[in-house]
Design a protein around this ligand. Sequence first.
Ligand code: CP
Length: 302
Amino acid sequence: MKNKSLISITDYTKEDYIKILDLAEEFEKNPNQRLLENHVIASLFFEPSTRTRLSFESAIQRLGGKIVGFSEASATSVSKGESLKDTILTVCSYSDLIIMRHPIEGSARYSSEIASIPVINAGDGSNQHPTQCLLDLYSIRKTQGTLENLNLFLVGDLKYGRTIHSLIMAMAQFNPVFNFISPPFLKIPVEYKMFLEEKGIKYYEHETFTDIISVADIMYVTRVQRERFSDPVEYEKVKHSYILKNKYLENTKDNLRILHPLPRVNEIDTDVDDNPKAYYFQQALNGVYTRMAIMSLILGLK
Ligand code: CP
């Protein structure tokens, strides 16, 4: 992984995932190490974020590193018309590693191809969000004791959800059964179904979950993302498709955990928050340990 950009979750192998999760476990036990002293990390967020940006920044600070960057492009020379290429080439002179989020699919890959330092994709449009995926794997392994042979329910915006796309590709390495639950307009794209078929992984598509939730090990709920719709009328039709309520969890497996990459709007009722099966805020915390591990390995410090 040393000096290797992380743009798609498929850039790394199953063995790499395990190495990252094992190291993240070490950081969870001992988070305040000074591994990043003498390193400057660029945090370039061209699109809004709370968890990804702040958990990266928290991870960098705990490891003793320095941060340069921005949380909105309007405060940079991009607003004067500077190109992504010129921005990236400039930032390469100021830092040792770039973390970037951008609304355009492929922008992170393009940046990694022109940059002289490694690039971590913190989300590119509706394409990929590999560091979220690794913290999701960490959360699944931590709560289930394994990543193998699980029954995964993925709910909500399966069409535009980049966290969903990364998670499918990674979990396909661990012989899961996928249950995809979405309205017809937000169904999982055909390329992901072809990917699973080629690997011989079972998947089922549904429009509701209440009658099948009793077999789930993980229920991964996602927001319908208003910002990905070009037609607001289409968004209005599907925005309230699913609301998970506490009462739906009554006859579910003891090991079931509810995950959500967050932010949530209203797809998980707040009455679920106090249920021990709700795991989304711990999941967000796991992002700090996982991102510590990813940066340390890419910079060759572990
Ligand atoms: N999960 C996630 O990407 O959240 P943010 O958009 O707040 O970073």
